[in-house]
Design a protein around this ligand. Structure first.
Ligand code: 3H9
Length: 685
C-alpha cells in the first residue's frame, strides 16, 4: 500500500500495475475527496517507472454511482470532475476501469475516459442525469457518441436508463466481460497482464475520435420535445449533442459544461434532486423492533387488486396462498395472476424459468385454514367494513400469533377493523395502488394499536417488493386518497361553476399532471369513489360536494367500463368529448342555483393545486404523515404529479408562504366563498 492520507482512495502496485481503489460508502459517489484521490492516484502512477498500467476499481457493492448528489447545492470545489476525467484520458499509461454494480453518471464518465473498460457479467452502466434534471457534465455527451455512435448515445442520455453491459457488448464499449462468480480484481489484473504481455494495451483515447453522427437531429429534437412533456434536461441533451457533433472533445466539453451548470441551477433540477432524497427519507423510519422474516404470504381476494398484490409477491420470490370464496372466483383470480406473470415475461421483466417458478410458488384455497402457515396475510376484498371485520375476526383465530395482518382498504377505518381480530397490534394497512404489480407506491398504515414490529415488517417487505413505501396514519383515505378527494372536490366544484370537462383536463395535463382528473375518474370508475363517499365513513371530508360525479353515476355513466363517463369512449377505446355529460352537469348546476362563470387555465390549476397544498398541510398538522416530503413521494408515485415540480408540498415551499397565502385569498375571492380552512403555514417555511 502506498502512503496516502486520503480516507476514501488507496493506491498499491501489484505485478507492475497501479491499483487505485475507491472505498466511499455507500455507492462510491464522486465527492471532492474521491475526485482528489483519483487525481493524485493517476499522478502518482504516471510518474512511477515501475507502473505499466493503471486500474481504477471500487470496494463496496458498486463501481462509482455518480457525482455526489449531496454536493450539488454547495459551491463546486476543485478538482472538478471534467478535469479529473480529462486527466485520466490524457494519462500516458493505459488506464482500465473495473466495473460492477451500477456505474452511473459521473461514474460512467470516469469509465468512459479510461482507455479500457472491463466488467462483471451483471454490471450495469448508464447516464441517468436527466432523472435529476441534468445532462452528463463530465464528458458523457462527448465520449459516449464517439464510442457507441450518436443515435445510441442520444437514446442512453435522454432516457437515463441503466443498461446491462452484456447488452452493450457489440458496441465496443466493454473490452471484456467476466463471469459473475469470478473475482473482478484478479480478472482485471490478468486481463492487463495478458494484454501487456502481448503488447496489446496501447493508450486508446476515445476523445481523439470524431463523434459518429448517425442522427436526424431535427426529427430527434421534435420527438424528444413531445416526449419530455415540459422536462428541460432531455431537450437540452439533444441540443448539446447536435451542437457538438462536429466539434473537438475540448470544444464539445465546454458546451456540455455550460449547459450542465445552467441545468444544475434550475428549478427543475432542484425539484428532481429533492424527489430523489425525499424517497430515501420516506424509507428511513426508526422502529424500536426488528422486522419479522416473511416467506409465505396469504392474499384474500382474487379481484384486480388481490391478483395484482399476489403477482407482486410472486415476482419478488415469496410463496403466496390465494384465498377466494368459491371455485369460480378462485379460477378467475388465478387466471388474472397467470396473465400478469405472462405479461411480465413478455415484457422481459422476468425470464421463462422465473415465470414457471412463480407459478409453482402460488397455491390456492377456498377456506382460511392454509393461512395458518403465513407470516403475512393481506386482505383485498371489496370495500365493506362489515365484510372486512368478519374476515379479520377469522384471521385473529386462525393465523399464527406473529402473523402480520394487513388490509388493503383505501378508505375504511383500520382501527375498527383491527379491533375485530382480538389482536389489534398485529393489524396494519398495506394500501397498494392499482395495478399493484406495477405501481411502486405503497402506503403502510399505522393504526392506533399497530406494533412497531408489524410496521417494520411491512416496510421491510415493501423494500423486497421494490416498492416505495410511505408510513402514514389512519384517516379517511389515508394521505394519498384524502388529498385526492380534496383535489377531486375542487375539480367537481369548478365543473359545477362552469369550467368544462375538457378545459379542466387540458389545463391540468398542460401543467404537468400525467392525466386529467376527469379522465382519471373515468379510468378508475366514477362509482368507486362515489360508493366510498356514500358509505361516509368520515363525512367531514365530503360534505356532499361530488354532485357532478353523482349525476354521472345516477345516469349509468361509470366511466370507461360502461363506455361513457365524463367522456364517451369510441370502439377503439379513445376518449371523445360528450355533450351529454356536459348537459347533465349544467342541469345539476342549474338545480343547485350555482352561478356560471368562465375560468382561465391558470385559475383551474391554482385552485386544484391549492386544494392539494391545503389538505397536505392539514395532514401534516394532524400527524398523519411524518414529514411533508412523504406527501410528495405519495403524489409523485401514486397520482401522476409531475416529478420535475417535486410534489405539491415542495411546490408550495418553492412558492413560499406569502405567495401561497396570496393565491389562497385570490381563489377564495374569485369563488366568492370560503374554500380552505384556516391553515397553519409554518411547516412551509
Ligand atoms: C452526475 O453524476 C453528474 C455528472 O454527470 C457530472 C458531474 C459534474 N450521491 O438508492 P439506494 C446514496 S449526477 C450521493 O437506497 P440502491 C443514497 O442517498 C448523479 N449519494 O440504494 C442512499 O443513501 P442513504 C448520477 C448517493 O442499492 C444510498 O446511496 N447518478 C448517490 O437501491 C443507497 O442508495 C445517479 O443519479 C449519489 N450519486 O441503489 C445515481 N446515489 O442510505 C443515483 C446513491 O443515506 N443513485 N446515494 O439514504 C441510484 O440510482 C441508486 O442509489 C443506486 C443504488 C442504483 C446507485
Amino acid at each position: 500500500m502506498l502512503k496516502n492520507n486520503n480516507p476514501f482512495v488507496s493506491y498499491k502496485i501489484e505485478h507492475n500495475i497501479g491499483l487505485i481503489t475507491i472505498d466511499y460508502p455507500p455507492v462510491n459517489a464522486l465527492s471532492q475527496q474521491v475526485r482528489q484521490g483519483i487525481t493524485q492516484g493517476i499522478e502518482c502512477f504516471q510518474n512511477e517507472p515501475a507502473v505499466q498500467a493503471i486500474i481504477i476499481q471500487c470496494a463496496q457493492k458498486t463501481f462509482i454511482a455518480g457525482a455526489d448528489i449531496k454536493e450539488f447545492g454547495q459551491p463546486p470545489t476543485e478538482p472538478f470532475l471534467p478535469d479529473v476525467v480529462n486527466q485520466i484520458e490524457n494519462c500516458n499509461k493505459p488506464v482500465v476501469a473495473a466495473l460492477f454494480g451500477t456505474s452511473l453518471g459521473g461514474g460512467f464518465e470516469v469509465a468512459l475516459a479510461c482507455h479500457y473498460r472491463v466488467a462483471l457479467a451483471n454490471a450495469k452502466v448508464g447516464l441517468p442525469e436527466v432523472n435529476l434534471g441534468l445532462i452528463p457534465g463530465a464528458g458523457g455527451t462527448q465520449r459516449l457518441p464517439r464510442i457507441v455512435g450518436g443515435a445510441k448515445a442520444l437514446q442512453m442520455i435522454t432516457e437515463g436508463k441503466h443498461h446491462a453491459v452484456t447488452s452493450l457488448a457489440e458496441s465496443g464499449l466493454i473490452d471484456a466481460i467476466f463471469p459473475l462468480e469470478s473475482d473482478l480484481c484478479d480478472q482485471t489484473i490478468d486481463f492487463v497482464k495478458q494484454k501487456l504481455g502481448e503488447r496489446q494495451l496501447p493508450v486508446k483515447r476515445s476523445g481523439e475520435r470524431p463523434i459518429i453522427n448517425d442522427v436526424d437531429w431535427v426529427d430527434a429534437l421534435q420527438k424528444i420535445k413531445r416526449k419530455a412533456r415540459g422536462k428541460e434536461a432531455p431537450v437540452v441533451a439533444v441540443e448539446v449533442l447536435q451542437q457538438t457533433c462536429d466539434k473537438s472533445l475540448t470544444d464539445g466539453m465546454k458546451i456540455e459544461r455550460d449547459a450542465f451548470l445552467k441545468l444544475r441551477d434550475s428549478a427543475q433540477s432542484a425539484a428532481l434532486r429533492y424527489a430523489f432524497s425525499a424517497e430515501k427519507a420516506a424509507a428511513k423510519v426508526n422502529f424500536n423492533s426488528d422486522p419479522l422474516p416473511v416467506e409465505i404470504v396469504g392474499v384474500i381476494g382474487g379481484g384486480t387488486m388481490g391478483a395484482g398484490i399476489a403477482t407482486a409477491f410472486l415476482l419478488s420470490g415469496f410463496n403466496v396462498i390465494l384465498i377466494e370464496r368459491d371455485d369460480c372466483a378462485l379460477a378467475a383470480g388465478t387466471d388474472k395472476i397467470i396473465k400478469n406473470l405472462q405479461t411480465a415475461e413478455q415484457r422481459g421483466i422476468i425470464k421463462q424459468h422465473q415465470y414457471e417458478a412463480g407459478l409453482k410458488r402460488l397455491s390456492t384455497a377456498l377456506d382460511y385454514q392454509p393461512l395458518r402457515q403465513c407470516d403475512l396475510v393481506i386482505e383485498a376484498v371489496f370495500e365493506d367494513i362489515q365484510v372486512k371485520k368478519e374476515i379479520f375476526a377469522q384471521l385473529g383465530q386462525i393465523c399464527q400469533p406473529n402473523c402480520v395482518l394487513a388490509t388493503n382498504t383505501s378508505y375504511l377505518n383500520i382501527d375498527e377493523i383491527a379491533l375485530a381480530t382480538g389482536r389489534p397490534e398485529q393489524v396494519i394497512g398495506m394500501h397498494f395502488f392499482s395495478p399493484a404489480n406495477i405501481m411502486k407506491l405503497l402506503e403502510v398504515v399505522r393504526a392506533a394499536k399497530s406494533s412497531e414490529q408489524a410496521l417494520a415488517t411491512a416496510m421491510m417487505v415493501a423494500k423486497k417488493l421494490g416498492k416505495i413505501a410511505v408510513l402514514v396514519g389512519v384517516c379517511f383515505g389515508f394521505a394519498g386518497n384524502r388529498m385526492y378527494t380534496r383535489y377531486g372536490r375542487e375539480i367537481q366544484q369548478m365543473l359545477l361553476e362552469g369550467a368544462s370537462i375538457e378545459q379542466i383536463d387540458k389545463a391540468m395535463t398542460n401543467w404537468g399532471m400525467a392525466m386529467g382528473p376527469l379522465a382519471v375518474q373515468d379510468l378508475s370508475g366514477i362509482d368507486i369513489g362515489h360508493n366510498a363517499r356514500s358509505a361516509q365513513p368520515f363525512p367531514e371530508h365530503d360534505p356532499g360536494y361530488f354532485r357532478a360525479a353523482a349525476v354521472m353515476v345516477e345516469n349509468g355513466r361509470l366511466g370507461r367500463k360502461t363506455g361513457a363517463g365524463f367522456y364517451h369512449y369510441d370502439e377503439s377505446g379513445k376518449a371523445v368529448s360528450d355533450s351529454k355529460a356536459s348537459e347533465l352537469i349544467a342541469q345539476k348546476a342549474q338545480q343547485l342555483a350555482i352561478e356560471q362563470r368562465s375560468f382561465t387555465d391558470d385559475d383551474i390549476v391554482e385552485r386544484a393545486i391549492l386544494a392539494l397544498i391545503s389538505e397536505g398541510l392539514s395532514l401534516y398538522e394532524e400527524g398523519i404523515v411524518r414529514q411533508l416530503s412523504d406527501i410528495d413521494v405519495i403524489w409523485l408515485h401514486g397520482y401522476g404529479f409531475p416529478r420535475h415540480k417535486g410534489g405539491p408540498m415542495f411546490y408550495a415551499r418553492q412558492l413560499g408562504v406569502e405567495k401561497v397565502t396570496q393565491l389562497l385569498v385570490k381563489q377564495q375571492s374569485i369563488a366568492g366563498k370560503q374554500i380552505w380552512p384556516d391553515l397553519k403555514m409554518g411547516s412551509l417555511s
